[in-house]
Write a new protein. Structure first.
Length: 448
């Protein structure tokens, strides 16, 4: 048992390599290796998070579940995932992200397979709650990697490029699940992603490592001579206690609260569109399973490009300011949803274009709010701050489950889409105060 817990301990720092040429070679190698490993790993997390979404029509047809019951399962996953994201963030800032991320991915695979072996609502609830809990092991380690291996002036572009991995995963899973659902049934549509993620966890163990210092490399700020403007005496490298991380740099940080509330509404919209639109296309526009799921996959293609555009433009157009991009993209969310509401039936091309645009605008702030949360806190609190706003985001996602399902039952699909449009406006209002904000709380050394 002790050996298992030892896996989660951060790797000790090695003596710093003094050969600058060797440092440069190793840094280039490991930054690329860490990046593609995170990218693939987080894409695979979406295989086991979104599998149920695209298997829903099969559960309705075979087991007779209602939209409210399916929404309840979505709410359960969002609540357990959001809570786990927060708690895992606190733990991850003081853990080894290599094993943290890999073991979480493997366990999500296990519980997807268990879900596919079940038939009752209560067993579905249990296994989907456990899946949600271990889904929370994916994001915080990546936030730790991104704050330790990539510095401030370049982080938006690296983070957005990494973030596109989950768009890749979410793009592929409707095709994989839709194919399995069409030809074999919903159970096999749960087994296949689960098995893939078991193998993916082994890949992450092989590829990932901890911080640069654990490999004998200097901190990334020193390597790139890119220190935060408010860093005092290189305090960004000072180890903090768990209480300092949580209380001083997260709970007392007004910027984190503004970002967290905005994230709540962004995620309500994101999960609402991502989880329910395939069913909307089947019920209201007569699409079959494969065409509906394939059309929704364009939401992820739009998200892929939106994430990249938001991250790169924040670095190179707005000089590492995340606020303007978040606000402009949130306004775009409202406009694209409103346009989608008024589309007539039998316009497949327009449906596809609007889903693409919704993904483009939603995934910009979905990614960039996380970057802002990491940067407006302390470097050593990156996983905790992003975990905290992630918890708030998935409270919004939970409301997009059962409550939004009930709204759809009572008021139809028009009520569903107007809820999403209203929430996008609220997100804009909470993001506007952060337009010009670039730095978090002043970083000062602790008194000894």
């Amino acid at each position: 048992m002790t050996a298992i817990f030892d896996l989660f301990k951060p790797d000790p720092f090695k003596p710093e390599i003094q050969d600058k040429e060797k440092v440069d070679t190793l840094y280039k190698y490991w930054r690329i290796r860490i990046f593609y490993s995170m990218f693939i790993g987080y894409a695979l997390y979406y295989f086991t998070r979104k599998s149920f979404t695209f298997a829903m029509p099969g559960l309705i047809e075979e087991l007779g579940f209602t939209k409210g019951e399916l929404g309840f399962l979505g709410t359960v996953l969002s609540l357990t995932y959001g809570l786990s994201k927060f708690i895992s963030g606190i733990i991850s800032d003081r853990s080894n992200p290599r094993y943290f991320m890999a073991i979480g991915l493997m366990l999500t695979g296990v519980f997807n397979i268990c879900f596919g072996l079940s038939s009752s609502l209560w067993m579905f609830t249990l296994f989907w709650a456990l899946n949600g809990w271990f889904q929370g092991f994916g994001w915080p380690p990546c936030a730790r990697f991104l704050t330790h291996w990539y510095s401030h002036s370049e982080r938006g572009s690296w983070w957005s490029s990494w973030n596109a991995g989950h768009n890749l995963g979410a793009f592929l899973v409707p095709w994989i699940v839709g194919f399995a659902l069409h030809y074999w049934g919903w159970r096999q549509a749960m087994f296949l992603p689960g098995g893939i993620c078991l193998l993916g966890g082994l890949f992450l163990i092989n590829r990932l490592r901890d911080t640069p210092q654990s490999l004998g490399l200097p901190p990334v700020e020193k390597y790139r001579n890119d220190y935060p403007a408010n860093d005092t005496d290189n305090f960004s490298e000072t180890e903090l206690t768990a209480r300092e991380i949580l209380v001083d740099y997260v709970l007392k940080n007004r910027y984190i609260w503004l970002l967290g509330v905005a994230y709540f509404f962004i995620y309500f919209v994101r999960i609402g569109v991502g989880d329910w639109t395939a069913l909307f296309l089947i019920e209201s526009k007569g699409y079959n399973y494969i065409v509906a799921n394939g059309t929704v996959s364009l939401f992820e293609i739009g998200g892929f490009l939106g994430s990249l555009t938001a991250g790169w433009s924040s670095d190179y157009v707005f000089k590492a300011k995340r606020g303007p991009v978040n606000v402009l993209f949130a306004i775009g969310i409202f406009c694209s949803i409103t346009a989608f509401v008024f589309l007539p039936k039998d316009y497949f091309f327009l449906d596809s274009c609007m889903l693409f645009l919704m993904g483009f605008f939603i995934f910009g702030p979905q990614m960039l709010i996380g970057v802002a949360a990491a940067e407006l806190s302390h470097k050593k609190a990156g996983a905790t701050s992003t975990g905290f706003i992630g918890w708030m985001a998935y409270l919004g996602a939970a409301v997009a489950g059962y409550p939004l399902g009930k709204v759809t039952q009572e008021y139809g699909w028009n009520g569903f889409f107007w809820c999403l449009a209203f929430c996008s406006i609220i997100a804009v209002l909470f993001l506007i105060p952060l337009w010009n904000t670039v730095e978090g709380p002043v970083v000062v050394p602790r008194k000894k």
